[in-house]
Design a binder for this molecule. Sequence first.
Ligand SMILES: *[C@@H]1O[C@H](CO)[C@@H](O)[C@H](O)[C@H]1NC(C)=O
Ligand SMILES: *[C@@H]1O[C@H](CO)[C@@H](O)[C@H](O)[C@H]1NC(C)=O
Length: 241
Amino acid sequence: MILQCWTVIFYTHILTSILPYEVAAFNSNRQETFSIEINRIILSHQTSSIVSSIIACTVLCIFDNDDCCSASYNEVSKICLLGIHCSPEMEESANFKTLIKKSRDVAYRKSAKQSSAYRNLTINIASRAVDGDLNKWIQTEHDNMPFWIVDLEKIYKIKQIEIFNINKGFRSSGRRLHDLDITVGPTENKMKLCTHYVGPAKSGEHLVFECLHDHEDTRYVKLMINGTQILNVVEVKVYAW
Ligand SMILES: *[C@@H]1O[C@H](CO)[C@@H](O)[C@H](O)[C@H]1NC(C)=O
Ligand SMILES: *[C@@H]1O[C@H](CO)[C@@H](O)[C@H](O)[C@H]1NC(C)=O
């Protein structure tokens, strides 16, 4: 039998007055951070229960089969409402606090592949774009429609995708990133356009993209240059819930 261990840290975030508290909770395989809004309640919820504290309510949200993305807790009635919206509609309500799950980079150290590795060198392989190291990069051959794809290993809702462009080599290397299609989907055969970037980018540029439509069923994120080019980026971060 496997015993699940979890710890909850509750601390004051003194620098922001709009979100005065944060809750971070983690166990061996899950770490979540929530912001807290005071005197606010979510407008729609899926379940309602009575629990002893806001921390217990947070834990319910974390272990709610990943569907919970926001929760409201009433300090007086002890009611805990779980909702599925990550940017929930809310209204004023005394004694309620609302917890909202923060998105995080879910691509880090996930398995990635690409159309080719420049000169078949391991220093150019796909995993280098998700290793958290801004001194290592991926580089394909001069392919027709070079691509890079990461498997997030489960379904997420995408908030934003960040690309750190190549910052080494020729000054012109940064311009290789252009006519980029970012596609996302639940399987590799069901990819839909998240957004298109015309570019060209500058060396070392940090690009932040949001999908043009809601993409709540994303497991794969793919970058593809529509043209004959080298795909050459340092890091890709996928912020999601
Ligand atoms: C890289 O390896 C593949 C598969 O072994 C091979 O087909 C390709 O020609 C190699 N590319 C280079 C540039 O050596
Ligand atoms: C590639 O670019 C051409 C010309 O702009 C366009 O017609 C085509 O749909 C693009 N293909 C993809 C896969 O983005």
